[in-house]
Design a protein around this ligand. Structure first.
Ligand SMILES: [Zn+2]
Ligand SMILES: [Zn+2]
Length: 164
């Protein structure tokens, strides 16, 4: 989805309001489809003394599976979309700036990239998630199981000698 920024770059318009919804339901991340509801984008593109900025926030509900306990969980996310927009780039290596070719910004692409970069490396339902018991598979967030703690392997060898 492109928005035309010619007015804000060249024609003295100081602000363009952004109020969009994107459908990312078909986007996969790490084997799941985390965007089950629309992503809402609100903010502005502004020209402040000839520097063009995007100041916006993408709001969405992240639907994911916990990497530790395998439970489904959802979380409200607010991802800042903050960049300086330029219509031409003199220094190719500068990734602080977003190049807007032909003054048409692919807003959907930009929002998608920023959201992907903001997603955690490990999806955890809670920082303190206790995970599942490796023996019985019980979700330990719901309470302890009756399994005994793993015995140190050296003690286990000793135990076997004694058993024999
Ligand atoms: Zn968990
Ligand atoms: Zn157990």
């Amino acid at each position: 989805m492109f928005i035309n920024l010619e007015n804000v770059f060249n024609n003295g318009v100081s602000e363009i309001k952004l109020n969009y919804e994107f459908d990312f339901t078909g986007l996969e991340y790490d084997g799941v489809y985390p965007f089950t509801t629309p992503v809402r984008l609100q903010g502005v593109v502004t020209n402040e003394t000839d520097i063009v900025y995007i100041h916006a926030v993408a709001q969405f509900t992240l639907e994911a599976v916990c990497d530790r306990c395998a439970d489904n969980f959802s979380r409200e996310m607010n991802v800042p979309i903050e960049h300086i927009l330029v219509s031409e780039l003199n220094d190719e290596d500068n990734d602080e700036f977003i190049l807007v070719e032909g003054m048409r910004l692919d807003l959907e692409q930009l929002v998608m990239e920023d959201i992907y970069l903001s997603l955690p490396m490990r999806m955890l339902c809670d920082e303190d998630c206790k995970g599942i018991c490796s023996k019985c598979g019980k979700n330990l967030n719901e309470g302890n199981c009756d399994c005994k703690k793993d015995v140190d392997p050296r003690l286990q060898a000793l135990q076997q000698l004694l058993d024999n």
